[in-house]
Each structure stands twice: as structure tokens, then as C-alpha cells.
Design a protein around this ligand. Structure first.
Ligand SMILES: O=C(O)CCC(=O)C(=O)O
Ligand SMILES: [Fe+2]
Length: 210
């Protein structure tokens, strides 16, 4: 797996040279669009919220403690088809000070205290996450999970847990997508495999689940 990661380091180094600008976000969340889903679930999308996403991508790729974890499927422990890392929002690695700034803005807007960032690295189109509701939030009546997308675009899909048509969002560099209400209980989401894709990192902000 690390040769796949190695190739990406070159990509990150190049994009940080090309696109360097100090990262910032729009504090007013102008241009945010909410989609009401069924059963009290909703999803917010704000394209291009984070300016300087390429620099954040490059730093996150270098500095986060990436690992490939296993998941139990049909009685077998299988490697997950993506790399992951988890850090406290308040204490990011050097160069990622934008992460707590984003956390404070999300806290204020969504009325939660986002404590941890779960980062996911989709090295190419073979990496993915299957249909799921986030386990930690599945038993809560209401939960908010905010995702900031970095790197190359990938499709993020949502579908009602009980069946029905899915809806898709193309998440590009700097996009914010927030799932709320009953979304983790009554809907599922996925980032499906695709024939070809460049590397993407998602930063998933999660609050405490008492
Ligand atoms: O990468 C994404 O946009 C989604 C990640 C996700 O659903 C998860 O980590 O639970
Ligand atoms: Fe998820």
C-alpha cells in the first residue's frame, strides 16, 4: 500500500508549490444550501468553503498519523480500502491550525462541540467506504457530522435506510458537507469505488455522543 501512498506524496508536493495560499474559510457560510431529506434527516452543502484546500491537503498527507485499519466482514478481518487517522480538534499537528478554526466555526453554527477529526485518505478510485450510518451516532435521535473535502473530487451518495432512490453530491476541494438530524439512523452514505480518481482526503468532524 505504501507505494500508492508514495506516489501521492509527489502529487501533494507539486500541488503545494502551485496553489500556495493561506487557508481560510467563509465565516458566514454564504452559499450554503440545505437539502431536507425524509424522516427528519438533512444535509448541508457549501462548495469551495475552504480556500487553500491544496495546502491543507499537502500538510494533512504529511503530518497526520495515517494507518490502514481492519474491519470485520463475514467473520473475517479485512483491511479497509482507505487509510485513516484520528486527532483531537484542539490539538492538531503543526501546520494544521486551520482545523481548530474550522471546528470553532462549526461549533457556533451547529450548536455542538466538535471534538475529534477523523481523516480518511482515498488514495485512488479503488479506495472507498461502503454504505453505512456512522456507528457512533446511530443510536442518537439527532447528530451532526461535518465533512471537509480536500484533493480530487469524489462522489458522496446518500440513500434512505429503508430503500428508495439515492442522491449524490460531487465533493471537490474545499467543499463542506454536513449531515444532520436523523441522518445517521434513517439514511446511509457511501463514497463508492470509481474506475479512476486522484487522491482525496476527507476531514470528518464529530461531536461527543453521550
Ligand atoms: O469520506 C467521506 O466523505 C465520508 C467518510 C465517512 O462517511 C466516514 O468516515 O464515516
Ligand atoms: Fe460516515
Amino acid at each position: 500500500m505504501f507505494d500508492r501512498l508514495g506516489r501521492m506524496s509527489d502529487f501533494a508536493w507539486q500541488s503545494s508549490l502551485l496553489g500556495a495560499c493561506a487557508p481560510s474559510v467563509d465565516e458566514d457560510f454564504d452559499a450554503l444550501v440545505r437539502t431536507e431529506l425524509s424522516a427528519g434527516a438533512w444535509v448541508d452543502h457549501l462548495p469551495g468553503w475552504l480556500q487553500g484546500a491544496d495546502e491543507v491537503f499537502a500538510t494533512a498527507l504529511q503530518e497526520l498519523p495515517w494507518g490502514q485499519r481492519t474491519q470485520r466482514l463475514h467473520g473475517q478481518d479485512l483491511l479497509q480500502p482507505r487509510l485513516t487517522a484520528s486527532i483531537p480538534v484542539a490539538d492538531p499537528p503543526a501546520g494544521l491550525e486551520i482545523l481548530p478554526r474550522i471546528g470553532r466555526l462549526l461549533d457556533a453554527r451547529y450548536g455542538r462541540h466538535f471534538e475529534r477529526v477523523g481523516a480518511n485518505l482515498y488514495r485512488d478510485g479503488r479506495d472507498s467506504v461502503a454504505w453505512h450510518g456512522d456507528r457512533i451516532a446511530r443510536d442518537l435521535p439527532q447528530a451532526v457530522i461535518a465533512i471537509v473535502s480536500l484533493g480530487e473530487p469524489r462522489t458522496f451518495r446518500l440513500r434512505p435506510r429503508d430503500g428508495g432512490a439515492s442522491i449524490g453530491f460531487s465533493l471537490g476541494a474545499g467543499d463542506l458537507l454536513v449531515m444532520g438530524g436523523s441522518c445517521q439512523r434513517t439514511w446511509q452514505h457511501t463514497v463508492p469505488k470509481v474506475a479512476s480518481a486522484g487522491p482525496r482526503i476527507s476531514l470528518t468532524y464529530r461531536h461527543a455522543y453521550p
